[in-house]
Design a protein around this ligand. Structure first.
Ligand code: ADP
Length: 448
């Protein structure tokens, strides 16, 4: 006898967990299926935060923001290729999604900024921890409280389709048994394909040999599952490389370090670009250097504000010294040049104006208090902007823009929202906003 559910969710990242919680809160019976042996997907690795404009937490800090400006900056950051229907829904729902989390005990009430944004709107945990672990542990508590069923080590191999609608899934469980699960709707929240190098290189040959920041489950299988029942795809070649990745370990160095006041210098000890530009442009600038890597340089004041910095120290990524001269010696950089770079940058902080590279944001405080720190970084494959096509209600569409009854998708598996470059902090917003929506619409569909 096959198990039956109103809603089956494929994937236990942020999108899948949010969808499952919302569907359950609307009365649906829900099963989450996760192919890996742990919960959290790539979301658990998210570092910086969740973008939203016009939130209660911004108001509490006296930050004046507007949804309109958030929309415009995301569109510009995406090089005007974003799906504007999705983007409209995204900026509208973002402050509500921040509250949805807060109501469920997940408060993101500290705020910073990421590249391409002009206002502090990246919501983070107040304890300075990375957003991903904080989010997943909070969501898992909510899953447990609701007794939502979850299968780990179980991979969906097929979405079943009968009489013009989704009817369930075929899975392979940890004992290699094939099972059928019957459901009225399916939410695909299976993430992106950054860890599938063959698929990345198929769309972007020049990315051969690049490391990836993603967990090994980010293989894009969910896209094929939906294509098999007729789903259309969009923007598959839009693949983001993140500028600051530690290359020996493929570990992402959070944008919150630059957002907290760090700079990038080359092997000559000079700044070479606006550190707060969008990821595509900063990555291109680093690849354009003769050495094809750079250093993130910061001081004790930045470290004290950001727990991630201590993690990088513990992991051995960070070179430190009590003086800029000492740091230069460690990095084999000319000491006078590095000192000059810092003095000049500190002057820009005082003036709140960077005539060299036009950095306008996160000119927070001078880099002046030892110890001084540097991490060597280069770009890595980080996010796949392309994916399946959905409407703004997270319903999956076919090539004729027709609904595929019972099929919903949310998170990185969906294409279009981010255009050709995703802004830092917009992926966490994406998965929560559209996860909630997918859960709500799938629950409504199931009881129609
Ligand atoms: P998002 O950020 O969009 O929520 P994540 O990468 O955080 O995406 O989570 C997606 C999850 O889906 C991962 O944990 C991944 O292992 C899981 N997954 C992907 N494909 C399948 C599949 N075919 N069956 C079950 N789980 C899957």
């Amino acid at each position: 006898e096959a198990q039956r559910y109103d809603v089956v969710v494929i994937g236990s990242g942020g999108a899948g967990l949010a969808a499952a919680i919302q569907a359950s809160d609307e009365g649906a019976s829900v099963l989450i299926i996760e192919k890996m042996s742990t919960i959290g997907g790539n979301t658990i690795k998210a570092s910086v935060g969740m973008n939203a404009a016009e939130t209660r937490f911004q108001k509490l800090k006296g930050i004046v923001d507007s949804k309109q400006q958030f929309y415009q900056e995301t569109l510009k950051g995406g090089n005007f290729k974003n799906n504007t229907q999705l983007l409209n829904r995204f900026v509208e729902q973002a402050p509500l999604a921040v509250e949805w989390l807060a109501e469920r005990g997940i408060e993101l009430n500290d705020i910073t900024i990421t590249g391409g944004m002009s206002i502090d709107r990246t919501h983070r945990p107040a304890d300075g921890s990375a957003v991903g672990g904080f989010l997943i542990s909070g969501l898992v508590k909510n899953i447990n409280k609701r007794n939502i069923d979850l299968m780990l080590d179980t991979s969906v191999s097929e979405i079943l389709y009968a009489d013009g609608a989704v009817s369930g899934v075929r899975v392979i469980n940890e004992d290699q048994e094939q099972l059928t699960i019957i459901s009225k709707s399916v939410i695909v929240a299976s993430g992106g394909f950054s860890a599938n190098s063959a698929m990345v290189v198929k769309y972007r040959p020049e990315l051969a040999g690049f490391v990836t920041t993603n967990h090994q489950g980010a293989t894009g299988g969910g896209i094929a599952l939906l294509e098999a029942i007729g789903a259309a795809t969009v923007d598959m070649g839009e693949i983001q490389i993140h500028p600051t990745v530690e290359q020996q370990t493929s570990y992402l160095i959070s944008e919150s370090i630059r957002g907290g006041g760090a700079i990038l210098v080359n092997q000559q000890g000079e700044r070479f670009f606006n550190e707060m530009e969008t990821r595509d442009k900063v990555s291109a600038a680093i690849i354009g250097l003769a050495e094809k890597y750079a250093y993130i340089v910061f001081d004790e004041q930045v470290r004290l504000k950001n727990k991630a910095a201590d993690e990088y120290l513990a992991r051995g990524f960070v070179v430190s010294a009590s003086s800029p001269q000492g740091l230069a010696a460690e990095l084999n950089i000319d000491a006078a040049t590095l000192q000059q770079t810092l003095t000049r940058y500190n002057g820009f902080v005082a003036d709140q104006c960077d005539p060299d590279f036009g950095r306008k944001t996160a000119l927070r405080q001078p880099i002046s208090q030892g110890p001084f720190y540097a991490i060597r970084i280069a770009p890595g494959v980080h996010h796949t902007m392309g994916g399946v096509v959905t409407n703004e209600d997270s319903a999956v569409l076919d090539a004729q823009n027709q609904l595929i009854p019972g099929a919903f998708a949310a998170g990185e598996v969906v294409g279009g929202l981010h255009g050709s470059n995703r802004i830092g902090g917009n992926a966490v917003a994406d998965i929560i906003i559209f996860g909630i929506q997918a859960g709500s619409h799938a629950a409504k569909y199931a009881r129609r």
